[in-house]
Design a protein around this ligand. Structure first.
Ligand code: GP9
Ligand code: MN
Length: 615
């Protein structure tokens, strides 16, 4: 006993540091990441899951002796804290954990700096408290400076490994197949801990790289067969209706469906978009299918009718792939393809990816006059952006396919007083509160843009596709959201339904417009546009279905594997009846869940294997 006590005494400083790091991580799990557990075992896992990585990381100090060892103990604790903190900042905006590809998107970082200050809190300094204590202990020299002990390095690595295996064993009981369902990042963090999760993520990412190397031309057959079985004929009344017309696509920043036809303090939030429903096809069960790549994911889905990645941004990781994207296809039919967006061309690696997708032109920030007066938040205000775009639009050869990406309705939803046409909401979430005036502003900018297009005679010779690119309000703000929606709480089912974004097909002069309820998503846009322009999609590799196809199945799969049909929603491992939210037996969702999983798998296979190079 005395011997053990002496031994522990030798490692006192190490043990204190490990304890501090684990405690800090656990406190952050609960207070920063809001991780809930459903039973005692889950809570226990949450408590122990930081231990193995803390022992290993701080155990690196065993490779040093004397004072250096103590310094390394403090340093490793600091590094681990930094990793956890970066995750926390990311989580405050995205309600998600960092992945390796996201970290390498450094070219976005400088543009994000404005948003980051919004995410930092003064209390975050508390994260350094234990490190201060450790430094204090070293300074007052209560910590003995150890001499090296024989074989202690092997012992510490072994100990970390054994601890991890015990952790994993319990996690497997709690969550079978944990490591094969890697897209559910929260589940991974809950079970194996944040730092171990990063190691695991690194392994997964390297695997997806390897897939390209080992892919061959026969791999695409399975995908082509699936496509053939699911091909749906277009609506003959609409096929080719827009042939030869310009296609103007409006990607509306962070616009979600919950604001449509809603009021705040008696004022309509989106008066123009509400009116536009009357002379458009409006899809009220249309979902964004994006993940960490946000706007770029939506662009990818629309251009290719393929799913973007479950982590990171495909614009960064697979810009070198072979694609057969919409801009390229339209170019083959005599269209001029462009993007108009007043941001740096390298943001989301757009300049590189747009070449791969076949765009002729990217009107980036250098084509716009951007100054203090006409900027807010992320840059050029939407009204000025549209106004300055008119000349650029007119400079293009006709017919053109031009996509506009708006910017003002972007987190942190900043707006000047003069541009506020409605009040902020009143809740504990400043983000949600500010969202309404910026949405209202975007709506106003759109109205002006349409007026200008009419003045210029562009309106009549074009068709318009408008859609929300992804959510603007993450589940981090659910409490405030429930207040706005007048609900007791936001359930998992509600959370899926909040992923709906507005989708319009507006054909000037067209009369048979209606509200379409078909469950659908961004993946369906490409075949829809192709059919409206009278283009055959039989041989195009795509996972979506024309929104107007009479035989289409009312169905969407989100990037996290959630599936929606007319009657059920499958999400986070449970099956719900849509009409009343009742949880159903899994059997009711199984066929759709399996279809969703298969489509995601095939699309990923095509992407990671770069299979279109064989087609
Ligand atoms: C940046 C804009 C916003 O150019 O598209 O990107 P997001 O953060 O929404 O993905
Ligand atoms: Mn966006």
């Amino acid at each position: 006993m005395a011997k053990l006590k002496a031994k522990l005494g030798t490692y006192k400083f190490f043990l204190i540091a490990v304890f501090f790091l684990c405690l800090k991580t656990y406190i952050l799990y609960k207070s920063g990441f809001n991780i809930q557990s459903e039973n005692v075992l889950q809570e226990f896992l949450l408590m122990i899951n930081p231990v193995s990585s803390a022992v290993l990381l701080i155990g690196l100090s065993f490779f040093f002796t004397g004072m250096t060892r103590n310094i390394v103990i403090i340093l490793t604790n600091f590094i681990a804290t930094l990793v956890v903190y970066l995750n926390l900042l990311y989580f405050r905006f995205f309600s998600d954990f960092l992945t390796w590809p996201v970290l390498f998107q450094t070219s976005n970082a400088k543009d994000l700096s404005g948003s980051i200050t919004e995410l930092i809190k003064f209390a975050d300094l508390l994260l350094l408290l234990d490190i201060m204590v450790l430094i204090f202990l070293v300074v007052i020299r209560v910590v003995p400076i150890q001499a090296p002990v024989k074989r202690e390095r092997i012992y510490i690595v072994t100990l970390a490994f054994v601890l991890f295996m015990v952790n994993l064993g319990i996690a497997q009981i709690e969550r079978p197949q944990l490591l094969t369902r890697s897209f559910d990042r929260e589940m991974l963090v809950k079970n194996i801990g944040l730092l171990n999760y990063h190691v695991y993520d690194g392994y997964i990412q390297s695997q997806s790289r390897a897939q390209r190397v080992f892919a061959d031309s026969s791999d695409i057959t399975e995908i082509l067969d699936y496509r053939k079985d699911n091909l749906k004929d277009p609506d003959p009344d609409l096929f080719g209706i827009a042939e030869g017309k310009n296609v103007i696509v409006l990607s509306l920043e962070s616009l979600q469906s919950f604001v449509i036809n809603e009021t705040l303090d008696g004022e309509e939030i989106t008066p123009f978009l509400n009116d536009l429903i009357n002379d458009s096809y409006y899809f009220d069960n249309f979902y964004h299918q994006t993940a960490q790549g946000k706007t770029s994911d939506s662009e990818f889905l629309v251009a290719n009718s393929l799913f973007a990645r479950d982590s990171g941004s495909v614009f960064f990781t697979h810009a070198g792939n072979e694609y057969h994207a919409l801009p390229e296809i339209l170019k083959e039919s005599g269209y001029y393809a462009s993007v108009l967006h007043a941001n740096n061309k390298s943001f989301w690696n757009r300049d590189i990816m747009y070449d791969s997708l076949g765009y002729d032109q990217f009107f980036d920030i250098t084509y716009y006059d951007v100054n203090e007066e006409n900027s807010v938040g992320w840059g050029l205000k939407d009204v000025d952006f549209f106004e300055q775009s008119i000349e650029l639009l007119k400079s293009q050869p006709k017919p053109y396919y031009s996509k506009f990406i708006t910017l003002t309705n972007h987190f942190p939803f900043e707006l000047e007083e003069e541009d506020r046409f409605i009040n902020e909401f009143d809740s504990n979430s400043g983000t949600l509160n500010r969202y309404f005036p910026t949405v209202r502003y975007m709506d106003h900018a759109l109205e002006q843009f349409f007026d200008r297009l009419k003045e210029e005679g562009i309106y009549e010779e074009s068709i318009f596709i408008l859609y929300g690119d992804h959510y603007g309000i993450s589940d981090y703000h659910n409490k405030a959201m429930s207040l706005f929606l007048n609900k007791e709480e936001i359930t998992d089912l509600d959370q899926v339904q909040l992923q709906r974004v507005p989708m319009y097909v507006h054909i000037p002069g067209h009369t048979n417009n209606e509200i379409k309820h078909t469950v659908s998503g961004q993946i369906d846009i490409k075949p829809t546009i192709m059919h409206l322009l009278g283009l055959d999609t039989t041989f195009d590799v795509q996972f979506g279905t024309d929104l107007f196809a009479p035989e289409r199945s009312s169905y969407a799969v989100l990037r996290d594997g959630s599936v929606i049909t007319d009657h059920v929603v499958y999400t986070k491992g449970s099956c719900y009846r849509k009409i009343d939210g009742k949880e159903l037996d899994q059997l009711n969702c199984d066929p759709f869940r399996e279809r969703g999983a298969l489509e995601l798998k095939l699309s990923d296979k095509l992407l990671y294997g770069d299979l279109l190079r064989f087609y």
